[in-house]
Design a protein around this ligand. Structure first.
Ligand SMILES: NC(=O)c1ccc[n+]([C@@H]2O[C@H](COP(=O)([O-])OP(=O)(O)OC[C@H]3O[C@@H](n4cnc5c(N)ncnc54)[C@H](O)[C@@H]3O)[C@@H](O)[C@H]2O)c1
Ligand SMILES: [Zn+2]
Length: 357
């Protein structure tokens, strides 16, 4: 059973069928605990398995979803913790995907100025990405993840068995992040994805794949906990991706936008003499085999406008994270608006602009 612990200071267990291990961990901690769960049926079933450990004060379930990742739900969670008699000696166990992790993690970080938090990840996004790095928070009316805290959990459990009930749409969100991590890492990780891409998901070595994605993220995060710089590489594909999401008023999901964003970053890298056509095509082939999109219907000028708004907000130049090779990524690259616009025309759904050079 891989336990990834690359200098983050807390264990991340990845395995198949982790119920007994999670219960043992809670029993050995010895303190009372309360379980916070996404109310989705399969997630709640997973939460009830965790709650079988001794000294459980109960399972509190909340209907979640991106739109409920807000201050109002946070308040409900905090009130429920108080009503359940949770004190600072109680461990809070959050069960669910990335939304649950961000929201419950933030609730635990702020309740009575912080109580210990354990995350049980149930979605691929959460396992491969969101549960690592200690970022928690909620959305404000003005934008995503604008209120939150850096708060490390005491442990993370990623039971890949949970992926069996995950809807494809949600799996896709996670796959895009896994491909991103594989481009950052390169080598055998990327090759494993290339090999597995042709096979149905039930045959994938998910333990290995999740553990590898966690390893990549934790190595980067351990070097740069508060996002001073190096952690930027994890934003590969995200400058374009976020702009596509925003310009579509969030009709395009994060994973779909990221996939197109990874292609856009590859194109921009090629057009600025950084990345080879051969490697670019390898990335495109992988994304396509996984059923991830390579084009968007969102108009190029709208995407560019969303990027410029972002640039203004950051009071600076638009900076990109670009691949130099599969396994080598550069951050802080400034590109001309003309080149960026040409990339946006290529990723547009319009058939005339499909040239890859
Ligand atoms: N903190 C970070 O570093 C970080 C990183 C990446 C993403 N995120 C955040 O993560 C969120 C997205 O995460 P997500 O894609 O997991 O969304 P999510 O938590 O909403 O889960 C997606 C959907 O799958 C359902 N679900 C989860 N696990 C399931 C299971 N095992 N079986 C059946 N259904 C299941 C959920 O109820 C939900 O409907 C975003 O809010 C994003 O901002 C945070
Ligand atoms: Zn992302």
């Amino acid at each position: 059973m891989p336990v990834v612990n690359d200098g983050l200071g807390y264990p991340i267990s990845v395995g198949y069928g982790l119920g007994p291990e999670i219960r043992r961990f809670l029993r050995e901690r010895g303190s009372p605990f309360v379980v916070l769960s996404d109310a989705q049926r399969d997630v709640l079933a997973a939460a009830r398995i965790v709650a079988k450990a001794p000294r459980c004060k109960g399972v509190l379930a909340f209907p979640l979803g991106e739109r409920r990742k807000d201050l109002r739900t946070l308040e409900k969670v905090l009130d429920a913790l108080l009503a359940a008699g949770v004190d600072r000696a109680t461990t809070v166990v959050g069960v669910g995907g990335g939304v649950a992790g961000d929201l419950f993690g933030f609730a635990a970080a702020s309740y009575m100025r912080g109580v210990p938090y354990v995350h049980v990840a149930t979605s691929l996004v959460s396992m491969a990405d969101a549960s690592v790095g200690g970022k928690t928070g909620v959305n404000l009316a003005g934008g995503k993840n604008l209120a939150g805290a850096f708060a490390d959990p005491v442990a993370v459990f990623s039971d890949v068995r949970r992926l069996e009930t995950l809807p494809f749409r949600s799996l896709r969100e996670g796959l895009a992040e896994v491909v991103k991590a594989a481009i950052v890492e390169g080598g055998a990780f990327f090759e494993t994805l290339e090999t597995m891409a042709a096979h149905p998901f039930w045959r994938w070595p998910w333990v290995e794949i999740v553990a590898e994605a966690v390893h990549v993220k934790s190595m980067v995060v351990a070097d740069d906990r508060l996002e001073a710089g190096a952690r930027e590489v994890l934003n590969l594909g995200h400058t374009f991706g976020h702009a596509i999401e925003r310009a579509s008023a969030y009709r395009v999901t994060h994973g779909a936008a990221l996939s197109v964003g990874l292609r856009a970053a590859g194109l921009l890298a090629m057009r600025t003499g950084r990345f080879s056509l051969e490697e670019h095509v390898r990335v495109l082939a992988l994304l396509a085999l996984l059923g991830l999109p390579l084009r968007t219907r969102v108009a190029p000028d709208l995407i560019l406008a969303a990027m410029s708004a972002d640039k203004k907000r950051r009071a600076g130049k638009l900076r990109f994270v670009l691949p130099l090779a599969i396994g080598d990524v550069e951050y802080g690259v400034v590109a001309s608006e003309r080149t960026v616009a040409s990339v946006l025309r290529t990723i547009s759904q319009l058939p005339d602009d499909s040239s890859e050079s």
